[in-house]
Design a protein around this ligand. Sequence first.
Ligand SMILES: *[C@@H]1O[C@H](CO)[C@@H](O)[C@H](O)[C@H]1NC(C)=O
Ligand SMILES: *[C@@H]1O[C@H](CO)[C@@H](O)[C@H](O)[C@H]1NC(C)=O
Ligand SMILES: *[C@@H]1O[C@H](CO)[C@@H](O)[C@H](O)[C@H]1NC(C)=O
Ligand SMILES: *[C@@H]1O[C@H](CO)[C@@H](O)[C@H](O)[C@H]1NC(C)=O
Ligand SMILES: *[C@@H]1O[C@H](CO)[C@@H](O)[C@H](O)[C@H]1NC(C)=O
Ligand SMILES: *[C@@H]1O[C@H](CO)[C@@H](O)[C@H](O)[C@H]1NC(C)=O
Ligand SMILES: *[C@@H]1O[C@H](CO)[C@@H](O)[C@H](O)[C@H]1NC(C)=O
Length: 408
Amino acid sequence: MGMEIKHFQITLLLSCCLAAAAAAGIGSSSVADAIADVARSLARPPSTWTAGGGDACSFKGVTCSPSGRVTAIDLAGQGLAGTLPSSLSSLTALESLQLQGNALSGAVPPLRAPSLTRLSLEGNAFTSLPEDFLRATPALRSLSMDGLPLPPWPFPDAIFSCPALHNFSASNASIAGRFPAAGVVANLTSIRTLRLSHNNLTGVIPMSLGRMASLTDISLSYSHLQGPVPAFSPAVAADVVAGNGFCLDAPGPCDAQVSALLQVAEGFGYPLNLSRSWTGNDACSGWLGVICDASEVTILGLTNYNLSGTISPAIANLTGLKKLDLAGNRLTGEIPDALAALPSLSLVDVRNNRLTGKLPKFRASVDVSAEVNSPSLGSHHGSGQGSLDDGSSQSSDSAADASSKLSA
Ligand SMILES: *[C@@H]1O[C@H](CO)[C@@H](O)[C@H](O)[C@H]1NC(C)=O
Ligand SMILES: *[C@@H]1O[C@H](CO)[C@@H](O)[C@H](O)[C@H]1NC(C)=O
Ligand SMILES: *[C@@H]1O[C@H](CO)[C@@H](O)[C@H](O)[C@H]1NC(C)=O
Ligand SMILES: *[C@@H]1O[C@H](CO)[C@@H](O)[C@H](O)[C@H]1NC(C)=O
Ligand SMILES: *[C@@H]1O[C@H](CO)[C@@H](O)[C@H](O)[C@H]1NC(C)=O
Ligand SMILES: *[C@@H]1O[C@H](CO)[C@@H](O)[C@H](O)[C@H]1NC(C)=O
Ligand SMILES: *[C@@H]1O[C@H](CO)[C@@H](O)[C@H](O)[C@H]1NC(C)=O
């Protein structure tokens, strides 16, 4: 504790204000505690990090301000194992935390550091992120977290809490779910480097990504991205196409049926199993649930896919569609009226969903099955002779019925 006291005394000497000295004193002791906690929770702390003794500011990799507050911890590539303590959040003066290239595991503790500009976590074995991740570090400029074995997590919209973010590198970091929408991308106003390769990002990329003035380096390869490739300026280092499911390898619009089906997938939130299959520019090349006749999509059958979200009116753009089976999912919202205009439609099965509203006015020739487990779906169904279920039939049989109709 000798060094700790010395620090305190220097602070006192430098300061003519008793209150400031007291504040610095409190800072120092919590610093010592936090650093001691870190040392204790590491499996192989650096030799100077002896738990509970010495001046924390003299430890290897620790940088302090003149008042004895820890401003930087650099323990990159030190062969460290073990976990990080939650008391790390008491180091509120941290400007840089570099822990990359170790074998640290467990939770990334919450960080409450308004001046933190650099956070490097990549190449460790962390298995969870704090609930307020990115929300309490508003000055962050560089965040790298590649190669962490996290459970699947969505692209962090909380990134807007970090308006100064220049570098965001999270390749192979288990990010799953749809690529952020245009409004989200528009908010990344400072971003220069965006590296998100080797994740499970799905769906269509907003074309506005190609027009972000700040961007110099982007990699999105090896995910499950679909639809058109954005056009980047030649000045941008872009590694985007490889290992994805874009319709074409170069910028340009997709085939009309592909566009319509991708809008349908968007309604479902671009689920991974559809994104894996619905790739390229030919919807008739064996896409999951899609059956064609003479290059025209005639059947869309996604029974029991556990789909959530809504039924896109873009289905009406599949002008050759004869059968639509979306039974046994968790779909909400209404059945779009536009579907009633499909000229060749003969079967619609949407039983066992959570749909609401009224059935569109399908022609009498359309066999419509709806309602089971969708009690709020109005029974008004226009002129269709729809076999509207009264809710008494066995739900397990409904799906089988529908499948047999579809395979006809
Ligand atoms: C992804 O990270 C894991 C460790 O979490 C590593 O074993 C694997 O090799 C990495 N894959 C790629 C493609 O970098
Ligand atoms: C951001 O990434 C670029 C490489 O794209 C690198 O040169 C720069 O040092 C990084 N900045 C920070 C603050 O890490
Ligand atoms: C993508 O998701 C699958 C299934 O959930 C998982 O096995 C795989 O590791 C994930 N890949 C990446 C790169 O996160
Ligand atoms: C963009 O950021 C602002 C705050 O900076 C926020 O209010 C807005 O919701 C964000 N936009 C989106 C699409 O998330
Ligand atoms: C598709 O993926 C979802 C989860 O993303 C899963 O619940 C569902 O069972 C999968 N459907 C099929 C048919 O594999
Ligand atoms: C269906 O999806 C939800 C979330 O999307 C998931 O929690 C649930 O486990 C899935 N069910 C099945 C049977 O896959
Ligand atoms: C059908 O396609 C046209 C042209 O691609 C598009 O403008 C329109 O929005 C689509 N309709 C629906 C309901 O998505």
